[in-house]
Design a protein around this ligand. Structure first.
Ligand code: SAM
Length: 260
């Protein structure tokens, strides 16, 4: 059986056993091949926009003797899917903006009809993906943050839910942070940093946002060297953003309580 990276394994772990999976932007089709080999999925579709990865995915499926169960299709995003063909859609390893464009285009063509869960791993722009999920009434049931080979990844698991509005209201209620901030600011923070990740902060979360603070600090420093009024406005905005991130990090528990 294929040995997956920690990142891909966590994505695979979120997939509900028995689900027919469509992996969009599959590249070498490592994830669907693993899901088939492990018996977690009875069938899978690997979608690829580009010729090279599409060929690589076909080869991976054939080498694993899985050509009957793994359908490899070349095309843009969810266009490769027929309505009702998949229970789970996974999209990993691309930016959040591209990912939400793919989801939006697929949604407009009803390609997500019948899909019960999404497992998403944006490399950047996680906030855009959370916003897309909220806008389209998906419930973010779980999130994980990990570090692998010096990179930090966030993985999101979204499901359909009858009482999605209520559940999302609860999930994105930032009062647990105990910060004296307007509710819209808390909502924004939760979308940016992850509502589950903030409730159960892992070392990788602190590392990611410390890194982000350093980056913003360097940008502020550069902006301070400019005499343009615009640069001063931008610097002040970044400074506010930094203060807010710092405030959030300060209020989070750094040591997890021991469970009984
Ligand atoms: N999903 C794999 C992973 O997480 O390891 C591969 C990630 S790879 C960095 C991103 C893949 O997405 C590339 O193979 C690229 O060709 C594909 N891709 C980019 N835009 C796409 C689109 N609109 N539709 C389908 N595939 C796309």
């Amino acid at each position: 059986m294929l040995k997956l990276s920690k990142r891909l394994q966590l994505i695979a772990d979120y997939v509900t056993a028995g689900s027919r999976v469509a992996d969009i932007g599959s590249d070498h089709a490592m994830l669907p091949v693993y899901l088939l080999q492990s018996g977690k999925s009875p069938s899978a579709i690997a979608g690829e926009l580009n010729r090279g990865p599409y060929e690589a995915a076909k080869k991976q499926g054939a080498d694993a003797g899985l050509s009957a169960q793994l359908t490899v299709r070349q095309g843009d995003g969810l266009n490769v899917l027929q309505i009702g063909e998949a229970d789970t859609v996974t999209i990993a390893g691309m930016g959040g903006s591209l990912m939400s464009d793919i989801l939006e285009a697929g949604h407009a063509l009803n390609k997500l009809e019948g899909v019960k869960e999404l497992v998403l791993q944006p490399n950047v722009g996680e906030e855009i993906v959370r916003e897309w999920l909220l806008k389209h009434d998906w419930f973010l049931a779980g999130e994980t943050i990990i570090e692998e080979d010096g990179k930090i990844y966030e993985i999101m698991h979204a499901v359909r839910s009858a009482d999605v509005a209520l559940r999302n209201d609860d999930l994105y209620d930032g009062s647990f942070l105990k910060l004296e901030l307007p509710s819209e600011t808390l909502f924004k923070i939760l979308k940016q940093m992850g509502p589950h990740l903030l409730r159960n902060p892992e070392p990788a979360l602190f590392k990611k946002w410390r890194h982000e603070l350093n980056k913003l600090g360097r940008i502020c420093q550069q902006l301070s060297e400019s005499e343009l009024a615009e640069s001063t406005i931008k610097r002040d905005q970044f400074q506010l953003e930094m203060n807010r991130i710092e405030e959030v990090l300060q209020c989070l528990p750094t040591v997890k309580p021991l469970s009984n």
